[in-house]
Design a protein around this ligand. Structure first.
Ligand code: SF4
Ligand code: SF4
Length: 318
């Protein structure tokens, strides 16, 4: 059953697929997460501090679950906005990943259910759920447990030989599948991501771990934070008007990245051709045209305008 699921995942366009046993997350991970919340490093993302019992134990989230199938889908774009222009994070170049990945996971789940029928099980099966960044689940932890890669010092999942430009998706199921072996970290003595962070959001500790203060992170400031960007931080934005990829671009594992085959994640010519003057005069209609069905809609027109004005002001001061 396991190899059929993984082969089907690849056929559906996932670059990697692994299986973890559904059980409470380990004590070290729980303690680190609790410390992160105590220090209020999640900022305004209050949902990250809620439902901890579910976040720390998937069996509380999906009663009766026994396994977590973890998938990764490549979003590394074949073409990129020129470096000297204002930047949008790669993950937001194309269609909203929540929709694209979820649709593909439902196809995988349908395939699994058909397999179960063929093996003499009969629907309805126990509760099975599909998650794409949409529930209190520690996705990167489960990806590591499922043998896909490890959580780097930039707090992203790194897949050996592939890099970190991946969307993670989970199927939590009542099927008892044979789990894969977790991979150890291969960050070694590297801390390039910490050094590359323009906002000082990553702190390297003596034991080699890092903590991430979301309140300083450009991704948080330009996407999640709804209030004006504090003047102390606006200079850190540089030319980032939506999200930031600096800690991924700096990672040596991303030299293995290859462009995605997913058309949904490729940028439109209109986006690639946007220049500073176009951004500065962006109208709501143009915004709709550029970002219809995109994850950028999360920041809404007013949010993107706020970012554009903040970056424009900072550049004027330089
Ligand atoms: S996304 Fe950018 S600002 Fe946030 S931690 Fe990474 S490098 Fe720093
Ligand atoms: S830049 Fe270095 S330390 Fe950071 S995630 Fe990549 S390998 Fe790990």
């Amino acid at each position: 059953m396991e190899s059929f699921i993984k082969n089907k995942a690849r056929e559906l366009g996932f670059a990697a697929c692994g299986i973890a046993k559904a059980e409470a997350v380990d004590a070290v991970t729980q303690a680190a997460y609790e410390r992160w919340i105590e220090e209020n490093h999640q900022g305004d993302m209050g949902y990250l501090a809620r439902n901890l019992e579910k976040r720390f134990d998937p069996t509380q989230l999906v009663p009766g679950c026994k396994s977590i199938i973890v998938t990764a889908m490549n979003y590394y774009p074949a073409e990129q906005i020129p470096k000297e222009e204002w930047q949008i994070a790669y993950y937001a170049y194309g269609k909203d990943y929540h929709v694209v990945v979820k649709e593909r996971l439902f196809q995988l789940l349908e395939y699994i259910n058909n397999l179960r029928e063929q093996h003499g099980e009969h629907a309805p099966f126990g509760e099975q759920r599909v998650f794409v960044d949409s529930a209190p689940v520690l996705e990167r932890y489960w990806a590591q447990r499922a043998g896909l890669g490890w959580e780097g010092r930039n707090h992203l999942l790194i897949i050996p030989g592939m890099g970190s430009w991946f969307f993670l998706g989970l199927i939590v199921t009542d099927l008892a599948l044979t789990p894969d072996s977790p991979l150890p970290s291969r960050c070694g003595t590297c801390h390039r991501c910490v050094d590359a962070c323009p906002a000082g959001a990553l702190t390297l500790h003596a034991d080699g771990t890092t903590s991430m203060d979301a309140r300083r992170c450009i991704s948080y400031l330009t996407i999640e934070q709804k209030s004006p960007i504090p003047s102390d931080f606006s200079a850190h934005l540089g030319n980032h008007i939506y999200g930031c990829d600096c800690c991924q671009k700096a990672c040596p594992w991303n030299r293995f990245a290859s462009p995605t085959n997913e058309n949904s994640f490729q940028p439109s010519d209109a986006l690639l051709n946007m220049r500073r003057e176009d951004w500065k005069t962006l109208t709501p209609e143009e915004y709709e045209g550029l970002f219809s069905g995109s994850a950028v809609k999360r920041a809404k027109y007013d949010g993107l305008r706020r970012n554009i004005e903040t970056v424009a002001q900072s550049e004027k001061k330089d």
